[in-house]
Design a protein. Sequence first.
Length: 191
Amino acid sequence: MREEDIQLVARARSGEERAYRTLLEKYERPVFSICLRMVRNRDEAADLSQEAFIKVFASLDRYNPAYAFSSWLFKITANLCIDHIRKRKIDTLPMDEPVDSERGEMQRQYVAPDLNPEEELARVEKMTRLETAIGRLPEHYRIMLVLRHQEDLSYEEIAESLSIPLGTVKARIHRAREMLKGILGESDFFA
């Protein structure tokens, strides 16, 4: 995959529109996912995703093929999200709060056909608490958890993506988990 990306970048640098389109199609979902999990707003995530690709495509000449293209792209995406959050200081909302719509307030509904109502309620409550707790973390800890647990990147890939030492990644993930335990007030929450 790395060699394929290097070839696509080279073709895009030479102006081949199809190469740009292929890179976009290949990475638009993970980039959007990172943005959405960071800013928690679909419209803002879509705007940030688009901005990330504009920035990446405008600076393809600075891409170093010694590193994975995805790592470079994710680093730019993460930095855009962190900058956006710092500028706006987005307030996080619990997932169980009603949503405003044209017809007034609506309660959010979640479907899980395999669980009985009690298990589903417990799961939704736990996920709501976890999402709220993650939203309270500083950006540099939140991005670690998003990249590790929601994008399934290895520690090494995170270090490469964010251009930070591997030890820093491990320390921040550990610290983020400890902070979550403190916020949640339960040491066995993840058991």
